[in-house]
Design a protein around this ligand. Sequence first.
Ligand code: NAP
Length: 376
Amino acid sequence: MAVFLTGATGFLGSYLVAELLNSREGPLCLLVRARHPKEAEARLWRSLQLHCDYETFQRLFRTRMKVYLGDITQKGLGLSPEVREELLSGADSVIHCAASLNRRSYEICLNVNVKGTLEVVKLAQDMARRGSLRRFSNVSTVAVAGHRRDEAVREDKAIRWNAPDLDAYGATKKMAEHLARELLPEGAVLTFRPSAIIGDSRFAATTQFDMVRAFAWLAKAPALPLNPSWKIDIVPADFVARAIAELHRRERPKHDVYHLSAGTDSLDYREIVAVLGGGRRPFLPGLQRPFTKLCDWLSDRHPNWRLSRMATLLKFFMPHLVENTVYDNARLREELGEGPPGFGVYAKALMAYAEEHRFKFPYRPLPEPPVLEAAS
Ligand SMILES: NC(=O)c1ccc[n+]([C@@H]2O[C@H](COP(=O)([O-])OP(=O)(O)OC[C@H]3O[C@@H](n4cnc5c(N)ncnc54)[C@H](OP(=O)(O)O)[C@@H]3O)[C@@H](O)[C@H]2O)c1
């Protein structure tokens, strides 16, 4: 039976498709937001070209990927009853990776992360009623832990219902976790909480540049409004996908929630700046408040100003950068026998790639089919 995956056209979703196709037999059922199959194919090629060449993509697309055109915010995922029935009879597990990471809009986060997750959970409930649901893996985030300071947060201490959330994204992902756990059979649900997913430990290329841009700025800024000993928890996408695929197929994982994180092995800012070749920079944590105010002010200026765009980015990342909080990964290490490769191993190559490509992946479009000569 197949795995049903949401979010395949996204950054982590592309890693999950590549990992699942590599590590298991059989087809993958993919929910893709597109108006017609050709558009879905083009959107999947766009996300998967980080992982394979066009010939491999074509072969896998034709033989292993079954595309469902839909949208998680639509009733029944926007699938017709016949198509939904076909999906239910072909898939026995779900990896729910689709989400909105839009930290500016509570409405969009609520619609996609809560209402959308409910629609995916309802599909899994239908599988459970038929006795076919083997597993529901929910890709969540460490952001569900809300505001933290100087902590190594454990999985069972992350959720607090009476404490302020970090932002709309964290709040709605927390609700989504709760929905899945409450509404699906015990033992079927696995929750994965990755920390900040940046780059790939095996190669320099990436398609996701937001955090990379923030670190490029860090490496070059004349002074940093951070404490050099504060840590930030970063994990590479290849490890996150490998861990999810591996635990998703385990018959009896030991736990139902896993932090996919670097934990106490996380680098501090002094180490990160050194790895990125930033030389000796003054660290001035006292400047944090004026710096945040400056970012707020600049981000409200002209949206097309380069400086405004960088300020907006830093405004949203700043709360994460100053928490000095990591996410304990003892469960993961125990279960997999290893933790993630450290950011220090690949950060320099990633940064060099990003700067060389001006923080843009050189996407190739889907080749046009050859025009057939009309028979004369
Ligand atoms: N990136 C990180 O650092 C990080 C860290 C921790 C956890 N996570 C979690 O990892 C997952 C993937 O994140 P990502 O960084 O890969 O995000 P991403 O690149 O923005 O991808 C999001 C995916 O969700 C899909 N999606 C959004 N709205 C949808 C809708 N209404 N219907 C169907 N699909 C929809 C998107 O489809 P379209 O292509 O059609 O927009 C895309 O495939 C999320 O659950 C996120 O919470 C990410």
